[in-house]
Ligand binder design. Structure first.
Ligand code: T3D
Length: 263
């Protein structure tokens, strides 16, 4: 795979996608969107990955859209930002939501604009204590996109979501964890080890069960209890027929660790 703007590996069930434009705090370009799309295709069809970690190279996680791509000379027409959301950011957010394996955002540094919302689009977010999340859109005359207006209020409530969206103020990782916006803020010197441990743990879990949990939790945001109970019934029926469920129950009875294969 020829990739210029990201690093991508799959090893021992864990796919690692590292945004790799550190001199621009890993801001998104069209080329980066294309590279990410290529890597996600490998995750979707390759079958080797049972967890995906998204991180940034250097001191930042991702600074959102590369504003260098939005520079204009006097007289130039305004860019069609709806087009980029329709063709680049929207598809990326939808693909992450639909990915049948757990995704982890390993937020190693500042996450701003669509970079912050890329992190929040992952199933679990672990951040360095020194990292910051910034809904920086209002600083340049935009509204939070890449799912930000949908996700933020659900995670931290309308008041805090509105405050972040309107002020563009940074939120430190510890507070983000206290507010329930992210899974965990890890001490900087323990961050890499914690990401590794979490990725390995998820990659060894019963993948179909994690997929079903993700699907049901996402569905719960848009439907009531009745529909949710029906969905749980249907998903659990399928999981009850999986090899991993049989292995889990057998391992419990035999008092040994389960060896899940993801099937
Ligand atoms: O456009 C569309 O298609 C619509 C979709 C929009 C989605 C969006 O994401 S809009 C929001 C875009 N992002 C931003 O507005 C964030 C801009 N960046 C910042 O506010 C700050 O850089 C940070 C708060 C993220 C970090 O601040 P700091 O002080 O730690 O670093 P810095 O010095 O500002 O940045 C370091 C370098 O990265 C610097 O370059 P230089 O001066 O060393 O050559 C800076 O220009 C560059 N950089 C940071 N963010 C971006 C960027 N270059 C291009 N695009 C960026 N977004």
């Amino acid at each position: 795979m020829a990739l210029d703007t990201i690093l991508f590996t799959i090893h021992d069930g864990v796919a690692r996608l590292t945004l790799n434009r550190p001199e621009r705090l890993n801001a998104f370009t069209r080329a980066m969107h294309a590279d990410i799309a290529q890597a996600l295709t490998e995750v979707e069809i390759g079958g080797a990955a049972r967890a995906l970690v998204i991180a940034g190279a250097g001191r930042g996680f991702c600074a959102g859209q590369d504003l260098g791509e939005r520079k204009r000379s006097p007289g130039d027409p305004a860019p069609d930002l709806g087009e980029t959301l329709e063709t680049l950011y929207g598809p990326l957010m939808r693909r992450l939501a639909a990915l049948p394996i757990p995704t982890i955002a390993a937020v190693n540094g500042v996450a701003a604009g669509a970079g912050a919302n890329l992190a929040l689009a992952c199933d679990m977010v672990i951040a360095k204590e020194s990292a910051r999340f910034i809904q920086s859109f209002s600083n340049i005359g935009l509204l939070p996109d890449a799912g930000g207006t949908w996700r933020l209020a659900k995670l931290i409530g309308q008041a805090r979501a509105t405050g972040l969206a309107m002020t563009g103020e940074p939120l430190d990782a510890k507070t983000a964890a206290e507010w329930g916006m992210i899974w965990r803020a890890a001490p900087d010197d323990a961050f890499e080890a914690e990401v590794e441990a979490l990725a390995t743990t998820l990659a060894r879990k019963p993948t179909l069960a994690l997929k079903a949990a993700k699907q049901a939790l996402h569905a719960s945001w848009n439907q009531g209890l009745d529909a949710q109970l029906d969905l749980e019934r249907d998903l659990q029926r399928d999981l009850g027929r999986s090899a991993d469920y049989a292995e889990g129950v057998a391992a419990f009875g035999e008092k040994r660790p389960a060896q899940f294969t993801g099937a």
